[in-house]
Write a protein that binds this ligand. Structure first.
Ligand code: CP3
Length: 362
């Protein structure tokens, strides 16, 4: 039993005493305590693969910042690695893949990941759940297939993801077959996370904003939709079994709330309201009232403070945070930032932002 289930209730549209809050990248470099644990691992990938260390930094923000949920410390890039494309995290630069995928042969060679390939993640989830002992829910996550595809083709971060987009234009059939392999892997992975104890799931589509609305429907939303369907009611599962797809047949997992975060996809908000997800996460460029009217009252909204707000004085943080809370209103809102915390934001300001939300009453 969970002692604090505010986020779960808010996600389902049930009554809450106050707006719940957690932050993207709360398990990260803003905490000196995180940096200390990180030093114990050889590098970022080794850190992610160590369930004890991953569990420790997952719980830190619950103890230190007082957030209403833990998010598993891991990375979206564990999926390419499990499919046969290892990555490195280069200090101050970001992800780097020595091999990329560009040809039919290279797509064929990739495998569909199954839950067992990522047992270090499910082991970390089990440790976190034990250690949390019901204090707050645990959020599991994955990248959206498009965002994972973008890194696998490009081989690193990019402002434009022009190589990944080039593939969409020059070989849409190959793009779809890679996106389907990533989607099947992600479904297996998220099911394993839920089976291990994740209480809700967030899907990160960090590079949604480089696509046109039409491309977004065809190359991203379609696959996010398959993931939502597969996690809810197992519809995707039946189809996959019928079509002989290598999806793992875990049929009995609880139906957990799903949050979809598509950064910069202001153009897709109406389409996203049709997904079988419970929560849509907004970035700070998206007007709150406009988003509510596009998405309707059937979903919870999450977000959407600009992380840079947390560089300001406390009086401004308080004023803007309360303005945001009023704009979302008392129903169906989970407070968060519009994207992850930046590493140089002061921990004290982060805590102040969280406390402002926890103390606010309508
Ligand atoms: O606190 C949390 O949110 C949970 C852990 C988490 C990490 N990455 C840890 C991490 C989560 C949910 C992610 C998701 C992730 N990873 C995304 C989607 C969210 C987003 O930011 O848009 C993306 C695109 C990645 C890929 C990735 N990982 C990049 C581009 C980078 C480098 C940029 C940076 O911030 O340095 C990472 C590294 C990373 N992942 C760090 C952390 C805490 C920092 C690395 C470090 O500790 O050295």
């Amino acid at each position: 039993m969970l002692k604090n289930d505010l986020i779960l209730r808010a996600a389902r549209g049930e009554k809450v005493e106050r707006t719940p809050v957690w932050l993207m990248r709360q398990a990260g470099r803003i905490l000196p305590e995180y940096r200390k644990v990180r030093e114990k691992a050889k590098d970022f990938v080794a850190f992610v693969k160590n369930p004890e260390l991953a569990a420790e930094v997952t719980i830190q923000p619950v103890d230190i910042l007082g957030v209403d949920a833990a998010i598993l410390f891991s990375d979206i890039l564990v999926i390419p690695e499990a499919m046969g494309l290892p990555y490195k995290m280069i200090e101050a630069k970001g992800p780097y893949f020595a091999k990329t995928v560009r040809t039919e042969k290279e797509v064929e060679r990739l495998r569909v990941a199954v839950g067992d390939d990522l047992s270090y993640v499910t082991d970390a989830i089990k440790l976190v759940k034990k250690e949390l002992n019901g204090r707050v829910p645990l959020i599991g996550f994955s990248g959206a297939p498009w965002t994972i595809f973008a890194y696998m083709i490009e081989g690193s971060g990019s402002k434009t993801f022009s190589q990944a987009k080039k593939m969409l234009y020059t070989n849409p059939a190959l793009s779809h077959s890679l996106l389907q392999k990533i989607t099947d892997s992600t479904i297996n992975y998220l099911k394993a996370q839920v089976a291990a104890g994740a209480d809700l799931i967030q899907i990160f589509d960090s590079w949604a904003g480089v696509l046109s609305p039409e491309q977004y429907n065809e190359f991203s939303l379609k696959y996010i939709s398959q993931i939502c369907d597969a996690l809810k009611g197992n519809k995707g599962n039946k189809e996959n079994i019928k079509n002989n797809n290598p999806i793992s047949p875990i049929l009995h997992i609880p139906s957990v709330p799903i949050i979809v975060f598509a950064k910069d996809a202001f153009f897709a908000r109406k389409e996203m309201s049709k997904l079988k997800c419970d929560v849509i996460s907004l970035d700070w460029t998206m007007d709150i009232a406009e988003s509510r009217s596009l998405i309707g009252s059937g979903k919870t909204l999450q977000g959407n403070a600009d992380p840079c707000l947390l560089y300001s004085d406390k009086s401004i943080i308080k004023r803007e945070t309360e303005k945001m809370l009023r704009a979302f209103g008392s129903k169906r809102h989970i407070a968060n930032l519009g994207h992850g915390l930046y590493p140089d934001i002061e921990k004290d300001k982060v805590k102040f932002f969280i406390d402002t939300i926890k103390e606010f009453r309508f």
